[in-house]
Design a binder for this molecule. Structure first.
Ligand SMILES: *Cc1c(COP(=O)(O)O)cnc(C)c1O
Length: 521
């Protein structure tokens, strides 16, 4: 009856017209599916990408970063985009494969060449290629992992990997927690937010009024990563209430000075609730003495957070773990797997000694989450402990590598890189025209080129100029850093293919550029 009515002439298009339209739409969507989502097409595209990746991974040339002027890159991109407009495709959705190939090539070529022996610059790594394969799967099946029901395996794996890694920490089963987050900066922010809410339980609800006149302050090492100051700013502590602890000669926090600084802060009316130490400072890779620091923070009831973004990985090596002695006594620590565990960005772990407190970052009252009716599924959700709502299944790359290859692959790589850094340190010490600035503790090494024919007063600008010229030349990519307010050159060894002969080449290149700069001044 209804159809008859709709189909009558007075009521506009007939049902048959509708049916006809539906069927052509159906047809259209079928084509859409066949052209865009066909596994056979995908295989062709993967082949194109794989050929490029093979070429990239088997290129053994010494190269760092080919720095392209942005305008040149803008032109390149525009010309690729116009190629898409003009392409003569057989059908509406057909991919221009030549264009795809060119786009991938441009992407690869303009990046920092992290798989080359010339890359000694930063802390992101040449990843284990298999991790990229897993990442590809994650991208296609797309399981956002803050909730168990959306990402069952990643959530279970997170729990099991926390247990697996806890064998190097030593906490009692079921008493601690681990969350994955998008980066070390976010992990640091999350941790000190948890610390703040733990110390000032009214803050979450009442904001600064909940402080009841207290003036919260945090202590951080002189070389703390910039994300710490930023995090303190975000959570409302105020730049003036970040107290920098001086370093000792090893560029660690000088623990002897902490008690005096604490009592001075108290006299100034500050309430120190958190101390942030580093396990592997970004600048020189120094490891703070966690046991000594924990003695003090435990006594004063101060939350101890350790930024082990860089150095946390040393935990998996029997030879290197000692650098993190005392990690079992800290309240929280950050560990970037996307740095020294050789998986692609992002994957960061944030560990809490006390499982209950892992809920305090985003909850005014930790008990709230436990009163809520959890079932066996939602007990595995991490949404209440991490900032992200939609989150990559961050743990999957690492889990697969760890399971397939075992711990030894990671410890071997790390031990080699730390050994190489010691060799490089000794090599540089033997050069009359170079100066070392610290004894390296992991895979970061800072030094200066200090030839006698250069004016000492100009040494700072000189290091920066050398580094910039190196970058433009494109053979090596290294970084620069300020140590004791002096500019220095910095190498981070992330690539096991680097040999001491490459370091020798780097020194020669620095000499050549340095001398060229002196003569053209
Ligand atoms: C790299 C680093 C960070 C920042 O981590 P992201 O993952 O880059 O956000 C924080 N702290 C230290 C010590 C680092 O080395």
């Amino acid at each position: 009856m209804l159809f008859e009515k709709l189909g009558s002439k007075e009521c506009g298009p007939s049902y048959e017209d509708d049916f006809h339209n539906m069927s052509s739409l159906d047809q259209e969507m079928q084509n859409f599916e066949a052209e865009l989502f066909s596994p056979a097409r995908l295989r062709k595209h993967i082949d194109i990408a794989l050929l490029q990746i093979e070429k990239y991974l088997s290129d053994t040339s010494l190269r760092g970063l080919k720095l392209t002027p942005p305008q040149k890159l803008i032109d390149d991109v525009k010309s690729l985009m116009s190629m898409a407009d003009n392409s003569s495709q057989h059908s509406e959705y057909e991919v221009n494969e030549q264009l795809l190939d060119k786009m991938i090539e441009l992407y690869i070529q303009t990046g920092i060449q992290v798989h080359s022996t010339g890359y000694m610059g930063r802390q992101f790594s040449g990843v284990m290629p298999l991790a990229g394969v897993i990442d590809f799967i994650s991208s296609i099946i797309n399981q956002p992992s803050s909730f168990y029901e959306a990402a069952q395996l990643p959530n279970v794996v997170e729990h099991l990997m926390a247990e697996e890694l806890n064998q190097f920490i030593g906490w009692q089963a079921d008493t601690y927690a681990m969350v994955t987050t998008s980066g070390g900066s976010l992990a640091n922010l999350t941790a000190i937010l948890a610390a703040r809410n733990d110390k000032y339980p009214l803050f979450w609800k009442q904001g600064i009024n909940g402080l009841e006149g207290k003036r919260p302050a945090i202590l951080v090492g002189a070389d703390a990563h910039y994300s710490m100051a930023r995090a303190a700013g975000i959570i409302g502590i105020g730049d003036e209430h970040i107290i920098r602890l001086p370093n000792n000669a090893q560029q660690q926090i000088d623990t002897n000075q902490i008690p005096t600084i604490l009592s001075q802060a108290k006299q100034d009316g500050l309430d120190v609730f958190c101390l942030v130490a580093s396990a592997g400072t970004t600048s020189v890779g120094a490891f703070d003495q966690l046991n000594e620091i924990a003695d003090i923070t435990e006594q004063h009831n101060i939350w101890l957070h350790v930024d082990a973004a860089h150095g946390g990985s040393l935990l998996v090596s029997d030879h290197l773990r000692q650098k993190l002695a005392g990690i079992d006594r800290v309240d929280s620590f950050t560990w970037d797997l996307h740095k020294t565990m050789f998986v692609p960005a992002m994957c960061t772990l944030l560990f809490y000694k006390n499982k209950v407190k892992s809920y305090s970052a985003f909850q005014q009252d930790a008990s709230y989450v436990f009163e809520k009716k959890q079932d066996i599924y939602t007990a595995f959700d991490s949404a209440e402990q991490n900032f992200e709502c939609t989150k990559r299944p961050l743990i999957m790359n690492f889990w697969m590598l760890w399971t397939l290859y075992g711990r030894r692959v990671f410890s071997k790589k790390l031990e080699y890189l730390c050994e190489l850094t010691q060799q490089a340190f000794q090599l540089i010490q033997l050069q009359d025209d170079f100066t070392t600035l610290h004894k390296p503790e992991c895979n970061i090494l800072c030094f200066r080129y200090t030839p006698s024919n250069q004016d000492q007063c100009a040494f700072d600008d000189f290091q920066v100029a050398i580094r910039n010229q190196l970058k433009v030349d494109g053979k090596f990519f290294i970084s620069k850093v300020e140590i004791h307010q002096e500019s220095a050159l910095r190498v981070v060894f992330m690539n096991h293919k680097i040999r001491i002969s490459h370091v020798n080449l780097l020194l020669e290149e620095i000499r050549r550029i340095g001398q060229m700069l002196i003569t053209t001044e």
